[in-house]
Design a protein around this ligand. Structure first.
Ligand code: SF4
Length: 431
């Protein structure tokens, strides 16, 4: 009886990612329009860590981030000198043909900088406003409103970016007071969640009351713990239809930061929550800032939400394949595919959906290779020194000898050329 029940439930258990209906924001520079929400692909954004006053250095990093796949790039605008540099950064990018929209990140003095430096306000494509950092007391609403009015004047969308590290303390204190009056007070975490949501949605309502189009308001409520972030965004998605910027703040470094961001973002993206993402990794000394863009694109590709580069499926290896040959081949093919993408993106449209398999032995090698567009099953320890190659699910050739890596790369390139350059694959038997 239990078995029948399990089968019956299993029959309806397959599910695709959910879709949340949100408004669509338009973040534009020149002819480039990046749509956010409203059915648009989940967008990748990133943030520079250069001093914005260094206009050339910042423009170079923005270019690197854009070339890595960032569709919007945020820069710090914290001082008059930084605000003055913004139009020059934009100019440098335009000269290099990089039309990625720039987002200004403002705290404390954004109202003054946007007022005093109209060229900065115009050169930016979106303003990030942190309602926890726009001023205290009666200054809060006045300075927030000033920024919203400038955004409307220049026709720029805004992100109301709440962060639990800079949560509006007056709002939190008021909610704590209200909570203490309850017959059964909530726990303090619940009150903090409520304060984050109140700050984001209340600020959005204030912006709307000033005349801002709701579709031009993007919300975020960033937290640094995975479960907190999931809980808050689920509620944010339920209570509003604004486009949502999603990210785990202060995710940390390396593997920890990557895994924590992936865990948090994957849960929410699978539920249709998140219209643009940023992975907030702390780079190791000397590590490229572009790593955060790479991780963001890998998350979206792994979830099947977007494709950016051909994927290489590889087994982990085990005692059946003790040589490093298959690790080297996997790395070589992966590097080769990534390196070619800047050119292939235009010469071979659609190539990003290609699936390549590199497998270590006969156990799963042929099966996995057949599922890929093109796959190779290397000989494991003790197996005959031959590597069958599968193309479109069929065994097409066997590679032998010391040049397997070079020959397989040529086979992959030939396949791509025939399938994505001139229509459907005419699979080759020549190698
Ligand atoms: S395919 Fe072969 S080498 Fe790779 S993990 Fe499986 S058994 Fe091990």
């Amino acid at each position: 009886m239990h078995t029948d029940m399990a089968v019956a439930q299993g029959a309806t258990a397959f599910s695709a990612p959910l879709v949340r209906k949100s408004l669509q924001a338009r973040v534009a520079w020149g002819k480039r329009v990046v749509t956010v929400g409203g059915g648009a692909p989940v967008r990748i954004q990133s943030m520079t860590n250069t001093d914005t006053v260094d206009a050339v250095g910042t423009a170079i990093q923005v270019k690197e981030l854009a070339n890595a796949g960032s569709e919007m790039v945020r820069i710090t605008v914290n001082t008059p000198e930084a605000a003055q540099a913004v139009p020059y950064i934009r100019e440098q990018l335009d000269r290099m043909g990089i039309d990625v929209p720039l987002i200004g990140d403002f705290h404390y003095n954004g109202h003054r900088l946007l007022t005093d430096f109209p060229d900065c306000a115009q050169a930016l494509s979106k303003y990030r406003i942190n309602p926890g950092n726009v001023g205290k007391g009666d200054k809060h609403d006045r300075q927030f409103s000033q920024m919203v009015e400038i955004a409307m004047r220049w026709d720029k969308p805004i992100r109301i970016g709440v962060n639990w590290g800079s949560l509006d303390q007056e709002l939190l204190a008021r909610l704590m007071d209200e909570n203490s009056q309850r017959a059964q007070p909530w726990d303090s975490k619940q009150v903090m969640y409520e304060a984050l949501l109140n700050s984001a949605i209340g600020s959005a309502q204030l912006a709307q009351s000033l005349g801002m189009e709701p579709s031009q308001i993007i919300l975020s409520c960033k937290m640094s713990a995975v479960q907190d972030l999931v809980a808050v965004y689920r509620e944010l998605a339920k209570r509003s239809n604004y486009p949502l910027h999603l990210g785990l703040t202060e995710a940390g470094m390396g593997t920890r930061g990557t895994v924590a961001s992936t865990a948090a973002l994957s849960v929410l993206l699978q539920e249709g929550i998140g219209d643009t993402i940023r992975v907030s990794l702390t780079p190791a000394p000397g590590e490229a800032r572009t790593q955060e863009v790479l991780v963001a694109s890998e998350i979206l590709q792994a979830l099947g939400l977007r494709s950016f580069v051909p994927s290489v499926t590889a087994c982990p290896g085990c005692g059946r394949t003790t040589s490093t040959t298959f690790q080297e081949l996997t790395q070589q093919i992966d590097n080769f595919l990534r390196e070619q993408m800047p050119v292939w993106r235009t010469t071979y449209p659609g190539v990003e959906s290609l699936k390549v398999a590199v497998m270590g032995c006969i156990v799963n090698g042929p099966g996995e290779s057949k599922h890929a567009d093109i796959g190779i099953s290397l000989p494991g320890t003790g197996e005959a020194p031959a590597a069958p190659v599968f193309i479109d699910g069929e065994k097409r050739m066997t590679l032998r000898g010391n040049a397997i890596a070079t020959e397989f790369q040529a086979v992959v390139e030939d396949y791509i050329h025939k399938r994505f350059g001139h229509g459907q694959s005419q699979t080759s038997n020549t190698v």
